[in-house]
Ligand binder design. Structure first.
Ligand code: SF4
Length: 252
């Protein structure tokens, strides 16, 4: 970074803003991040239970069910022996009946193929029954400490707004966005950055009427809006993104 600053002082402000963005997310998370029981564990199997409950369900609704599920089935061996019809009944009020079968199936795969352990590899996690890309990445990051982006629709929306990216297709399958985030995360703590973004998306960066006035990352996001004031030949990417491109973090 120091070398880059010497090469071209005009990018000094951009570097500062990149650091401001990642630092703002992490610092905000430490001060205001939501407290959920699954955020207090690094047990990948317990995170699997949490992710099974959390998919397309509001987090606050699954706090009690998560604690109950972990209490009943603290390891895959007990879950593999679960009575599936009874487990379906348990999942019923949550509207998640089909997840009972999937969860028991996953527990059996873990025992048969991984000696009861969770694999710490993205490909292996994605091969588990019904485990999606976001959940697999969440388990890798929160359970194994791997620096990998956890991008769901909420955090993806925030990132696209901050980075000035087109909102096209699901964020979790946006490879370009994912590659950029991987580079940003190398500057900071992946866990806190990922969780902070999720919470900022939920608290401020809502799909409609985002609360920009109170948003902790508005300085970085304002770059994209300020883009309109830039000379025409430099338009097409946010200042922040232009910096990423300059240092080789982005290809387009
Ligand atoms: S400033 Fe507004 S649009 Fe940008 S991340 Fe914050 S809430 Fe979202």
């Amino acid at each position: 970074m120091d070398q880059l600053l010497k090469q071209d002082e005009t990018y000094a402000g951009d570097i500062l803003l990149e650091e401001q963005f990642t630092a703002a997310v992490v610092q905000w998370y430490y001060a205001h991040g939501r407290a959920f029981p699954w955020r207090e564990t690094t047990n990948p199997y317990h995170l699997l239970l949490a992710e099974t409950l959390l998919r397309q369900t509001q987090a606050v609704r699954v706090v009690e069910p998560y604690l109950e599920l972990v209490g009943r089935y603290p390891d895959p061996w007990l879950l593999a022996l679960a009575n599936i019809p009874k487990l379906r009944e348990w999942f019923g009020p949550l509207g998640l009946v089909t997840r009972a079968d999937r969860l028991v199936k996953t527990a059996r795969v873990l025992i048969e193929e991984y000696e009861g352990q969770m694999p710490n590899d993205l490909t292996a996690l994605l091969a588990l029954p019904g485990l999606g890309r976001y959940s697999a990445r969440a388990i890798l990051c929160l359970g194994f400490g791997v620096r990998v982006p956890m991008i769901d629709e909420g955090s993806g929306r925030t990132l696209r707004r901050v980075l000035g990216r087109e909102h096209k297709g699901p964020a979790f399958s946006d490879r370009s966005l994912m590659a950029t985030v991987e580079q940003i995360m190398s500057q900071t703590s992946a866990r806190e950055f990922n969780l902070g973004l999720l919470d900022i998306a939920a608290a401020y960066c809502r799909p409609r009427k985002p609360d920009c006035a109170r948003c902790p990352v508005r300085k970085a996001c304002a770059l994209d809006k300020a883009e309109l004031a830039r000379p025409e030949e430099t338009r097409g990417a946010s200042v922040f993104f232009l910096h990423l491109r300059r240092v080789g973090f982005a290809n387009n």
